[in-house]
Design a protein around this ligand. Structure first.
Ligand SMILES: [Ca+2]
Length: 673
């Protein structure tokens, strides 16, 4: 969706509009585009990778502040680790951070963290916004949707004891309930999901060079306010459609006071009878349950203007799908009920109210089965999963959406989703895999995830594939995965169907991936292929990718120790990939099998190029994992060429924990080798 024109002053925000907004004529706005980054990288390093978003992103750590920069640091359960670029700015009451607008803007998004309440549940706190020294508005920040603790599936109680004392935890390397004396568990235990973000329409269009200052008021009740980044954007005027069926004519309340769910249903029924679209005019509509959609088009005025907002509802009896709560969401019919088709949703926001993770709850922004459908230009916030599709279903196109601050996944193709596309979406701060295909019971096939941006998934992976056939992951940008996952995952896990046919992983960029795996106590790879529940022998082509600033390894092929002699990984082919910076190795092999490498170039490699453990038998025949050198694999680091002849084809170089050598920041690959 592309908007034209500028925001009028009839914003839903009540602002003080006075003559003092006139810009001083004597000062030519200073243009400062140097601070614009994408995933905290110079945009030239990620050209044509990731989503082409409507906004520009600026990191607080690059802005002007009298606060304190925290980070860069990547240790899980810390504030910098979950920040974009692994750094942010911490403001004490009275301190500020100031951004210089690089482009004209009438809207901003602030990504921030404030403390939890002492007993959990969150607080609210003010943040003053001023432009060019003039006070504009005070935002009300909240930590009601952030701060989870403890073991999966987490708790909101910072003072809780272990949820599962009978489970192994890495902190004591023990099973606490079976250990004498019992280990002392630090509280809060495993705090995470610290950040939230909030959007603000400004009173008018500001110019490049104007200064947006965010100040934690001296009187703030929050002991600190961390600002991670600012997105700024020029939002066009609302989309109008006078020919469509207007939900307000059926009683929908744009002030958000009355529940509008029944009015939505009535408008949808009327629209289907009259073969027209449904239109959601600007406003906030309260909807506290699923809106069932089938063979209908629903258009909003744009996701900055039309907000469909719900609160979580506790059900007196569980639903057939297992839910004990419901909330706002647009759902196709489940396959058991025939599935939905020809659904087209665009141009509105879905604001949920999910504050805890209950895996059986259907409290997702989009759900059910949606064949032959499109989902475009939505902003989905504070739901459990942005879009959880339960197939079998086919031909769904998901484009140009923003999915942020989720309790679990961003988008999941679950069970037999085929011939579908996820393109140009922006996903930040998910609580599980940001983009996933889970071939549960029935394989996902012929799908493409293309040109999406994923930032800071606080658990699991940026993009994850669990089984499937002939799927493509291309041109995506994945940054800052934090724990128990990495940038790209190919896994035989979660009962998924095996990988068959081909899998193409093409022209993606990851950055600051390959984090420390807390349970294994080793570093992962930016891409990791994991044979946990079966061998992986489909044709996997990993071509043209850039793995930048890897915390540990760039590439990992791995099994789990109890199954290391059961499963292998074979038929994986790396070609034309670039590795710029590894804390440890380019390749970590901890499985039996093989992979081929052709024109895989690396530099700033921190440890031996190949850390080859195979399946840990360490016989005189060498590792059980073989590297096939197809030529032109150049570059390396302080230990020499990354794919040196002495490492081939299967020299054992196994070292669980080589010293980490943090690489220099990524830079242009000036002279391709
Ligand atoms: Ca940041």
């Amino acid at each position: 969706m592309k908007f034209q024109g500028f925001l009028s002053r009839t914003s839903r925000f009540v602002l003080c509009l006075t003559a003092s907004y006139a810009l001083p004529l004597y000062a030519a706005p200073q243009t400062d585009t140097a601070s614009v980054t994408r995933a905290a990288l110079d945009p030239s390093l990620v050209d044509d990778r990731g989503a082409n978003a409507h906004f520009v992103e600026q990191e607080a750590e690059n802005a002007v502040t009298d606060g304190t920069i925290i980070g860069p640091a990547r240790t899980a359960y810390t504030l910098p680790a979950e920040a974009s670029g692994r750094a942010a700015v911490k403001l004490l009451p009275g301190q500020y951070v100031e951004f210089t607008l690089p482009e004209a803007a009438n809207a901003i998004t602030v990504r921030y963290s404030i403390p939890d309440s002492p007993t959990g549940g969150g607080i609210t706190a003010p943040l003053d916004v001023s432009v060019n020294g003039r006070s504009l508005v005070t935002m009300t920040l909240t930590s009601q949707y952030s701060w989870l603790y403890n073991q999966y599936p987490f708790s909101n109680d910072p003072n809780a004891g272990l949820l599962f004392p009978d489970q192994y935890i890495t902190e004591c390397a023990c099973v606490p309930s079976a250990t004498t004396p019992p280990p002392i568990i630090t509280k809060p235990f495993r705090p995470n999901h610290f950040y939230d973000e909030q959007r603000l329409l400004l009173d008018h269009r500001y110019r490049p060079g104007d200064k947006i200052r965010l100040t934690a008021p001296a009187s703030s009740n929050a002991a600190w306010t961390v600002i991670d980044l600012l997105d700024s954007e020029l939002v066009g005027s609302p989309h109008l459609d006078r020919s469509a069926v207007n939900v307000q004519l059926f009683g929908a309340d744009p002030t958000g006071q009355r529940d509008s769910a029944d009015a939505f249903d009535t408008a949808i029924a009327f629209a289907k009878l009259s073969h027209r679209k449904v239109y959601l005019p600007p406003g906030t509509y309260q909807v506290n349950r699923h809106i069932l959609v089938d063979n209908v088009t629903i258009e909003g005025a744009g996701n900055w203007y039309t907000i469909v907002k719900g609160h979580q509802v506790t059900l007196s009896t569980p639903l057939p799908d297992g839910s004990v709560h419901t909330g706002v969401g647009f759902y196709g019919k489940y396959v058991a009920d025939g599935g939905s088709s020809n659904v087209h949703l665009s141009g509105f926001a879905i604001e949920g109210d999910v504050r805890e993770r209950i895996d059986s709850d259907q409290v997702n922004g989009i759900g059910g089965s949606l064949s032959n459908s499109t989902i475009e230009g939505l902003y989905i916030h504070h739901t459990k999963v942005g879009m959880w599709l339960d197939g079998p279903m086919s031909n769904l196109r998901i484009r140009d959406n923003i999915i942020v601050d989720q309790i679990a996944d961003g988008i999941n193709f679950h069970t037999g989703v085929t011939d579908s596309v996820v393109a140009n979406n922006f996903v930040r701060n998910t609580g599980d895999d940001a983009l996933a295909m889970w071939s549960d019971k029935i394989e996902d096939a012929n799908n493409t995830f293309d040109h999406n941006t994923v930032q800071t998934p606080v658990l699991a992976n940026g993009i994850a594939l669990y089984g499937g056939t002939d799927n493509t992951i291309s041109n995506n940008l994945v940054a800052d995965p934090i724990r128990e996952g990495s940038g790209l995952q190919v896994g035989s896990r979660f009962g998924a169907q095996p990988f068959t046919g081909s899998l193409w992983i093409t022209n993606n960029t990851t950055v600051r991936s390959g984090p420390f795996e807390l349970n294994w106590n080793i570093g992962l790879g930016a891409i990791w292929i994991y044979a946990l529940e079966g061998s992986i022998n489909a044709d996997i082509e990993v071509v043209g990718n850039s793995f930048l600033d890897n915390t540990y390894n760039a590439i990992m092929l791995v099994s789990d120790f109890p199954v290391k002699d059961l499963y292998t990984i074979t038929n994986v082919h790396f070609k034309d990939d670039r590795v710029d910076g590894t804390g440890t190795s380019v390749v970590s092999a901890r499985v039996a099998g093989s992979a081929s490498f052709e024109n895989v170039d690396a530099r700033n490699v921190g440890a031996v190029g190949v850390n080859n453990c195979g399946s840990f038998h360490f016989t005189s025949a060498g590792s059980e994992f073989t590297l096939i050198d197809l030529g032109s694999n150049d570059g390396g680091g302080t230990t020499g060429p990354w794919l040196a002849p002495w490492e081939l084809p299967n020299t054992i170089t196994c070292d669980d924990r080589p010293p980490v050598v943090p690489p220099p920041p990524p830079s242009p690959w000036v002279t391709p080798e």
